[in-house]
Write a protein that binds this ligand. Structure first.
Ligand code: SF4
Length: 402
């Protein structure tokens, strides 16, 4: 199958499982978990087996929801179910300007199709994304129950008393969200502690897999590697199944043979971006000999289990790369570049996202001065093959680094 033949992200998941990784039951299961995530959660919800909310793919609300007995379903994962119809609904019915980020238009179009049925509650985030802020208001009018959390922003150099104020602000947000989720401000601390312990345990396992990949980079190629990290946030709605996949993957990677000749050809790269929905980009990287070994989202930061769980949740947010200023991400990228001995950076974001494009330009400039080449790609969220132009650029970039 050629990249150009793949019409949807779903096709590509099947292709990756059956043609790229037929030797790995663990990778197959990881891709299956990812592919079935939204559909399985919606089905279980419809049958009254679970309580569920739409949530971000990352964020402190996820462990909180699990601790409250509620499955968080990442709305960004609806992207792969989307098509031009979703985009058209957003543009024509809701009057989103054409240049609006495709991620927002796809999710709005998908929610529109589910009006009056399915998961009715949305945890939104008033981060810096104006299109999504508009989406929350529109979805409220369409009958969804929306709770938009005010995300804290840690500016560069914020510490001491100012940081403590932010921690308290976030703790209050956590209690408000718990109240919205369950009807009570009371948080079951034991359950939250168990979630935090689980997250720490899984962080250790994912780090181990990423380390093993450095020694055997082609065993698990780019797409499942990205979804390994996405799963660490949501567990694809199935925490036990996700953990079992991690264990199986570690066992496979520890015993998989390494080809010395292939190892000599590897072009280590760091991926700086979200999980794009144009999966052919990953295939283009792989086919050119690249290996995404370092990630902006590398889970370097554990939860402090000695703290009360709500405080541990808040301090974890404010101590990791998503705390606010892009400088925090920059530090992680820098560590990743050194760790995987990367030859280049792939910066990926969505067309129409002014926030992301400013940050990417800043990183491009910073790392260029340090001698790291980078490519800045802007993609879209709807299904369909990636544009030929993007594929040509990424191939040329990786081949240039060879
Ligand atoms: S990519 Fe940018 S514009 Fe799109 S949803 Fe994210 S923050 Fe908003």
């Amino acid at each position: 199958m050629d990249i150009e033949d793949i019409q949807s992200p779903r096709d590509y998941l099947i292709y990756s499982k059956t043609q790229v990784h037929p030797y790995s039951p663990a990778i197959g299961k990881l891709l299956d978990l990812s592919a079935a995530y939204v559909q399985d959660a919606e089905q279980a919800y419809a049958q009254g087996q679970i309580n569920a909310v739409w949530s971000r793919a990352t964020g402190w609300e996820i462990p909180l929801a699990y601790a409250s007995g509620i499955i968080p379903v990442a709305y960004s994962e609806m992207g792969r179910l989307s098509d031009m119809e979703s985009v058209t609904i957003a543009e024509d019915y809701y009057q989103f300007p054409q240049e609006t980020c495709s991620m927002v238009k796809c999710t709005v179009g998908q929610w529109h199709k589910r009006r009056g049925a399915g998961i009715k509650r949305i945890i939104g985030a008033s981060v810096a994304c104006e299109p999504y802020n508009l989406a929350w208001e529109l979805m409220k009018k369409e009958g969804y129950d929306v709770h938009a959390i005010d995300v804290v922003y840690r500016a560069p150099g914020v510490k001491g008393e100012r940081l403590e104020q932010l921690v308290q602000f976030l703790i209050e947000q956590i209690y408000e969200t718990a109240e919205w989720l369950t009807g009570s401000r009371e948080i079951n601390e034991e359950k939250l502690r168990t979630e935090i312990q689980r997250k720490n345990r899984l962080i250790v396992k994912v780090r181990k897999i990423l380390e093993l990949r450095i020694k055997n980079p082609y065993y698990m190629r780019s797409l499942p590697s990205i979804y390994l990290l996405t799963g660490l946030n949501t567990y694809f709605g199935k925490p036990a199944a996700y953990e079992a996949v991690l264990d199986e993957l570690i066992a496979e990677l520890e015993t998989a043979p390494v080809s010395k000749s292939e190892l000599a050809k590897v072009i280590p790269l760091v991926w700086v971006g979200s999980a794009g929905q144009e999966f052919g980009i990953y295939e283009a990287i792989d086919q050119a000999g690249g290996a995404l070994l370092g990630f902006r989202g590398y889970p370097f930061n554990n939860y402090d289990e000695t703290l009360p769980p709500v405080e541990a949740l808040a301090r974890h947010v404010l101590g990791n790369q998503e705390a606010g200023a892009s400088i925090y991400v920059q530090k992680v990228i820098e560590q990743e570049l050194k760790k995987v001995k990367a030859r280049g950076l792939v910066l990926y974001g969505y067309l129409g996202c002014s926030y992301g494009s400013v940050a990417r330009e800043m990183w491009r400039d910073y790392f260029h001065k340090k001698g790291f080449p980078s490519i800045n790609l802007e993609g879209t969220f709807q299904v369909g093959p990636p544009t030929g132009q993007i594929l040509t650029r990424i191939r040329a970039f990786v081949e240039m680094l060879a």
